[in-house]
Design a protein around this ligand. Structure first.
Ligand code: ATP
Length: 136
């Protein structure tokens, strides 16, 4: 099938991806949803997780951590807080981030009142998401 969707992934640091796609799976805040050509216009908040798209018989994955998706006229714009293509994920960095978040949550469970628990949970979700997209 020819690519009839255009996918743009942008973060505050710049463009991460600009590609054609035949199908896009998006981690919306209310659950994963799919976009095929002809999709109705849509605006959705994004969860932390995996976005994937199909092109020329291949499936490619991108990590995204929150933001917004806009679907309009076969164009899908992802405005993400951060995003990395699978091959750009630094696995060791994500492992370190996971360990830091786990230590903070552990300290909080042991009564350390200086820990920002929701921030540590968000960091944990980002690290786990990156490791999952990287296939670790
Ligand atoms: P860290 O504590 O390692 O910075 P983080 O989850 O707090 O992780 P973010 O705030 O989501 O990091 O991202 C900050 C910037 O660093 C973004 O440009 C993001 O793409 C990049 N980044 C973070 N972790 C990784 C990683 N494991 N591999 C590649 N890029 C990463």
């Amino acid at each position: 099938m020819a690519a009839s969707l255009q996918l743009e992934v942008v973060t505050p640091d710049g463009a991460v991806l600009s590609t054609g796609a035949e199908y896009i799976g998006i981690p919306g805040i209310a659950g994963q949803f799919g976009v095929m050509p002809g999709h109705v216009p849509l605006l959705s908040a994004l969860a932390i997780g995996e976005l994937y798209y199909r092109l020329d018989g291949k499936q490619l994955e991108v990590f995204i951590s929150g933001g917004f998706a806009e679907v309009s006229d076969n164009k899908v714009s992802i405005l993400a807080e951060s995003a990395e293509r699978k091959q750009d994920i630094d696995v060791e960095r994500a492992r370190q981030a996971l360990m830091r978040a786990e230590k903070r949550l552990d300290a909080s469970r042991r009564g350390d009142a200086n820990i920002d628990v929701s921030r540590a949970h968000a960091a944990l979700s980002r690290a786990l998401g990156r490791l999952r997209v990287a296939g670790v």
